[in-house]
Write a protein that binds this ligand. Structure first.
Ligand code: AKB
Length: 340
């Protein structure tokens, strides 16, 4: 008998950190985690098994499939937007071929167990491409089917993987004599995520979390964007709640496979003001880096998440006030007081 597990790729990253804490709270969940890196010490004991490996190494995954029956895959492994621009071909390999590898694995397991494997996929606002600041100003709250012209390799990768998910869910082997059991692919498009527990790496929305963590450490911070640069953000607990809520939703209620989710939109100047309210001595300046600023300018100022609210009762728990006053400020202060 193979052990039934929830498989998390990219488990050592920011979203994985919060997802593992939340999933492990339910003793019936058995977690098989996978990453290029070991799990951080504070969550290592929360999983049944952690595998340090490369998603592109087929042998590793073949061995795992022989030992485990996978009910759900949370595919978090990715090279984010800024890092992907320095190694675009590597980003394609990790973001697309890595996703293809897991979609094929999920498809094989769905056939074998005659029941769909759920594939939960974090997409991103990076799949959008506003052509200019005037369009970004006019078309503030963007719906899922609008402006799907990404400017970055990461955005291209995420949009293509959404389409692969649609194929594997709805059209896989559509000419075969016998209709196969297909994967149950579902995704959310995340805005910039802000965690109290971890710092991001390689993202272009990182100036938000970097700003508040630097303030808590008493370090000066020069944001690489203009003060007026505006994108949507979300507190990490809400990001993980959206993944869990979408996974739990009844499939018949879903009008689409990939949904916008968001919580609050702020300009970088407004983000600074929120950080100063919590850390009055913070030294925050703005030194725009034109190429990274151009990426941020191509992302929408806000997202229309009404489809998620309608189909699976999505609603953020942390609006901008709660995110800073009840989550980020108190927990980040506690984190760095512990470290001093
Ligand atoms: C990035 O900045 O690349 C990510 C994202 C918005 O998906 N944080």
């Amino acid at each position: 008998m193979r052990k039934r597990v929830i498989f998390i790729s990219g488990a050592s990253g920011e979203v994985g950190h919060e997802l593992i804490k939340r999933l492990s709270a339910d003793g019936d969940n058995h977690l098989l985690t996978f990453d290029l890196h070991p799990l951080p010490d504070d969550i290592r004991q929360l999983v049944d098994r952690h595998v340090v490996g490369d998603l592109l190494n087929q042998n590793t995954l073949t061995r795992l499939v022989s030992e485990y029956e996978i009910d759900v895959i949370y595919h978090l492994a990715a090279l984010l937007s800024t890092r992907a621009e320095f190694t675009p071909e590597m980003a394609h390999r990790v973001n697309v071929e890595g996703s293809m590898t897991l979609l094929r694995l999920a498809s094989e397991q769905s056939q074998w167990r005659k029941r769909p494997v759920q594939f939960i996929f974090p997409s991103s606002i990076a799949i959008y491409g506003m052509p200019d600041l005037e369009s970004k100003r006019i078309y503030q709250r963007v719906r899922e089917f609008e402006w799907n012209q990404p400017r970055t390799m990461y955005g291209c990768n995420k949009l293509y993987c959404e389409m692969l998910g649609n194929y594997y869910s709805r059209h896989y082997r559509q000419l075969a004599a016998e209709k196969p059991v297909t994967v149950d692919f579902r995704g959310v498009r995340f805005p910039g995520l802000v965690s109290a527990a971890t710092l991001p790496s390689g993202g272009t929305s990182d100036y938000g979390p970097e700003m508040i963590h630097a303030a808590a450490k008493g370090e000066p911070y020069a944001a690489f964007v203009r003060e007026d640069a505006r994108i949507p953000f979300m507190a990490m607990p809400d990001a993980v709640s959206s993944l869990l809520q979408l996974a739990a939703a009844r499939q018949e209620n879903l009008s689409r496979l990939v949904y916008n989710v968001t919580s609050f939109s702020l300009s970088a100047g407004q983000f600074r003001d929120r950080v100063l309210a919590a850390f009055p001595d913070a030294r925050i300046t703005f030194e725009p880096d034109p190429p990274r600023q151009a990426i941020i300018d191509s992302w929408p100022a806000d997202l229309d998440d009404s489809a998620a609210r309608m189909d699976w009762d999505w609603e953020p728990e942390y609006d901008v006030d709660r995110a800073f006053d009840d989550y980020l400020a108190p927990q980040i202060k506690k984190r760095y007081q512990r470290e001093t």
